[in-house]
Design a protein around this ligand. Structure first.
Ligand code: PAF
Length: 300
């Protein structure tokens, strides 16, 4: 695996690979790898000739007062995890390499999909994400890019941006990955102390109860969201920011659970903001609830 810091070098490697008829897989990350990141790397490895992982804690997607300065970092650990997953290239640019002229004057805004859900509490976040991802897509060029469904809204926004701008990238969304006890994997879980971590389990428990209720025939979105609110209210360390049922593709609010719905939430546990979701597919009385997956094998 080679570690690259320069945009021009990454572009050259990717162009050369494609010129040789090799496919390129891209996994954009902010580092501090966990099994969720590694599942994306594995998917990219299985499906592409050249696998590029980018590791960049993108300042433009953090608002003042958010956790940019304390965002967990472990370059050495990340480097060895990426190596184990068979990554060919780890792109770790300094901030000045990505934003040589300071904050970009050209930004990408995906209207409609970014105002609700996490966009309410983090109104500048998604423009930071889409702008940096558009830059990464432009540098890497035609490729398949892998994102996890824990950040459900992010995947929807990036998919729409890619389509709207005809970017030559296939966006692949991969399952949310959970800890064995159900907590959705996130680099931010590292902020939680033992008590907060166990309190945070209520989020997965509440979403599991939603899936069960839908399997039992409940289709009313507000009743399901109320049940999540009630469950979370029982746990004083967890403050729910939102819980909403949305069309899984357009992210429009829905009143009833229909064919494809995502029920998503964000919550504050101490100073840590966590997100989670369940994707519900219904066809008559048949229900498929996608709560993600647990990876049981040991990742060394
Ligand atoms: O999901 C993330 O880690 C980031 O939002 C991304 C997509 C790498 C953009 O900085």
């Amino acid at each position: 695996m080679i570690v690259i810091e320069r945009v021009s070098e990454l572009r050259e490697h990717c162009d050369r690979a494609r010129a040789q008829g090799r496919s390129v897989g891209l996994v954009p990350t902010m580092g501090f790898f966990h099994a969720g990141h590694r599942s994306l790397m594995r998917a990219a490895r299985a499906e592409n000739d050249l696998v590029v992982v980018t590791l960049f804690v993108n300042p433009t997607q953090f608002a003042p007062g958010e956790d940019l300065s304390r965002y967990p970092r472990d370059l050495e650990g990340d480097r060895s995890a990426a190596e184990i997953e068979g990554v060919d290239m780890l792109f770790v640019p300094p901030v000045e390499e990505v934003y040589p002229d300071g904050p970009p004057r050209t930004t990408v805004h995906v209207a409609g999909l970014t105002e609700g859900m996490c966009g309410v509490g983090r109104p500048t976040h998604f423009d930071g994400v889409t702008t940096v991802v558009a830059k990464l897509f432009s540098i890497v060029g035609p490729c398949t890019a892998y994102f996890g469904r824990k950040d459900y809204q992010q995947v929807a926004v990036i998919t729409r941006m890619t389509r709207d701008l005809e970017l030559p990238v296939k966006v692949v969304s991969r399952p949310l990955v959970r800890e064995p006890d159900g907590l959705a994997m996130s680099s931010r879980n590292a902020y939680l102390d033992a008590e907060q971590r166990s309190a945070a389990l209520v989020l997965h428990q509440a979403l599991t109860a939603v899936a069960d209720a839908v399997r039992d025939g409940e289709r009313d979105a507000s009743r399901l969201c109320d049940a999540v609110r009630a469950a979370v209210a029982e746990v004083p360390q967890v403050r729910l920011e939102y819980v909403e049922a949305r069309d899984a593709r357009t992210l429009e609010l829905v009143e009833r659970i229909t064919d494809d719905t995502v029920l998503a939430l964000a919550a504050q546990v101490g100073r840590t903001r966590l997100i989670d979701n369940v994707v519900l597919h219904t066809a008559g009385s048949a229900v498929e609830a996608d709560l993600g997956m647990v990876i049981h094998e040991e990742l060394s």
